[in-house]
Write a protein that binds this ligand. Structure first.
Ligand SMILES: Cc1cc2nc3c(=O)[nH]c(=O)nc-3n(C[C@H](O)[C@H](O)[C@H](O)COP(=O)(O)OP(=O)(O)OC[C@H]3O[C@@H](n4cnc5c(N)ncnc54)[C@H](O)[C@@H]3O)c2cc1C
Length: 397
């Protein structure tokens, strides 16, 4: 059966990009879909051989320039990969997705030439990953005001504190740590990012237990116990840490929107098929009921709108014209529409939707992450409202 999302993508992206998307989609159908249930039931992270296959396909290097061993693609390729892999599993999709959009991106956008040469080739090859250390146990939405500190001692910076929710921590060689470096400085200009090796004796990583979303994705807590790093570990400028993190997140939010569309695309295809096969009352398909049709049509409308808007935002991002509010709005809308509709999709399928093998419950759970990850939707709404209420925004500043 042709996927509904393919109908839209075919019209919206050129042939070359569609071929790339189809290649990843086919990989996902043949190499991920048959295994995802057993990985899920075993509460297993994405296996190494699946990571190696994605690395072989170049998925970890999509937007990285070829001079650093990447595919020389762009952010739209990354978002298309998110839709193609996310159709079966957001957990699998976020692994190369976060490795690039949160791990490699700060180095690509703000790293020194030495940093790029030292790290990007192996990151592009998927041989190792870098994680994005912004969130902390006490600082989630208020991440601009970190409790993790870096104190200058001689020619070194000594880092203390804890980061959490760090995606891909199990596979990481380094973490980009956002730390307070000037406690008396102006908010937004008093933090700095450092690239810290995970094998430093003062770095302690633990996988976060009990997570029932993105089950195959590694999520770590990382403690920094007086970790000393040199000036050459600074990513961007001293005092420019929040800018590094926010710029990185703009692109990351488009990827999260792509994951939400991957899940919605799966739910739409699954429900359309089920509504035509499942019979109730006089041996007729449930798809004849108007309310069932309504949900299916709403999913289709949301999918076409979301995919179109995301591609538009990716194009703005490529031209360096995507502002923070737009990135926030598209992430809010794709994630809330998809997660609200997946609940209705489950309802029109009935009891069978409760079974893991039916697939919808996985997307239901994973879509929750798209609502809170990379900035909770509620917090992002405050940001997205600023241009609409400039006088209020000025008072709040
Ligand atoms: C699976 C997963 C993976 C993640 N990966 C990473 C990662 O790789 N790196 C990383 O740094 N972080 C990561 N995160 C963290 C994620 O970015 C945070 O969860 C998110 O920023 C929200 O922070 P919080 O959970 O501490 O919620 P809190 O900040 O405690 O907020 C709780 C709720 O309060 C409300 N709220 C808070 N602030 C506002 C506001 N200003 N306006 C209106 N309402 C508000 C919202 O409803 C919000 O959901 C990940 C999270 C998850 C769940």
């Amino acid at each position: 059966m042709k996927r509904r999302i393919d109908t839209y993508l075919q019209k919206l992206i050129g042939e070359e990009r569609f071929d790339f998307y189809s290649h990843v989609r086919d990989f996902s159908d043949h190499e991920i879909a048959p295994h995802i249930l057993s990985w899920e039931r075993a509460h297993q992270l994405v296996p190494d051989d699946a990571i190696a296959k994605m690395a072989e396909m170049g998925l970890f290097g999509l937007p990285i320039p070829d001079e650093f061993g990447g595919q020389d693609g762009d952010h739209l390729d990354l978002v298309l990969m998110g839709m193609a892999l996310g159709y079966h599993s957001q957990s699998v999709a976020i692994t190369p997705g976060a490795a690039i959009s949160l791990g490699a991106k700060p180095i690509l956008l703000f790293g020194t030439d030495e940093m790029k040469k030292a790290h990007l080739p192996e990151l592009a090859a998927g041989k190792r990953m870098v994680v994005f250390g912004l969130s902390e146990p006490g600082r989630g939405s208020d991440a601009g005001n970190p409790e993790v500190v870096a104190v200058k001692q001689g020619d070194q910076w000594v880092i203390r504190g804890e980061k959490c929710w760090s995606t891909n921590a199990a596979w990481a060689s380094h973490v980009v740590v956002h730390a307070l470096t000037d406690p008396d400085g102006k908010p937004g200009k008093n933090t700095t990012c450092f690239l810290v090796p995970m094998n430093d004796p003062g770095v302690h990583y633990q996988e976060m237990a009990g997570k029932r979303v993105w089950e195959q994705s590694s999520t770590g807590s990382i403690v920094f116990d007086n970790v000393a790093v040199g000036e050459d570990s600074v990513v961007g400028e001293i005092g420019g840490g929040f800018k590094v993190m926010l710029t990185t997140l703009n692109g990351g939010r488009l990827f999260i929107g792509g994951l939400a569309m991957g899940s919605l695309a799966f739910a739409l295809d699954k429900c359309s098929q089920y509504a035509q096969e499942r019979v109730q009352f006089n041996d007729q398909a449930i798809g004849r009921f108007q309310r069932v049709q309504d949900v299916i049509l709403d999913m289709d409308i949301a999918l076409e709108q979301g995919v179109t808007w995301l591609i538009h935002c990716c194009n703005l991002y490529l031209e360096d014209r995507l502002d923070r509010e737009q990135a926030a709005k598209v992430k809010i809308e794709c994630s809330r529409r998809a997660s609200d509709l997946v609940v209705q999709a489950m309802e029109i399928c009935g009891g069978v939707a409760c079974l893991d093998e039916f697939g919808l419950i996985r997307h239901h759970n994973d879509l929750f992450v798209t609502r809170v990850g990379e900035g909770s939707n509620f917090a992002l709404k405050s940001q997205a409202t600023r241009p609409l209420l400039p006088e209020i925004a000025r008072i709040l500043q």
